[in-house]
Design a protein. Structure first.
Length: 76
């Protein structure tokens, strides 16, 4: 089962309410997305920790409904 872009955005906005978030459906199939997240919550965290925070915000969707996510995280 695929996931809609709006659902990904909603989950990320819940996890990172102050963040600048940009999501793109790379293949038009609701299965391959790109996300750029700029958040002050990333301050002092390395890339792995930042990405783990994003996966946690996605509440288990990564690897299930969400097949592929190109992820760019930046400190705001």
């Amino acid at each position: 089962m695929a996931i809609k872009q709006e659902e990904i955005e909603q989950l990320l906005r819940e996890g990172f309410p102050e963040a600048n978030i940009e999501i793109k459906d790379l293949a038009g199939d609701d299965n391959h997305f790109s996300a750029i997240i700029k958040s002050s919550q990333f301050k002092g965290k390395n890339r792995i920790q930042q990405h783990q925070m994003v996966y946690k915000a996605l509440k288990g969707k990564m690897g299930n409904e969400l097949h592929a996510l190109e992820l760019i995280t930046e400190e705001k």
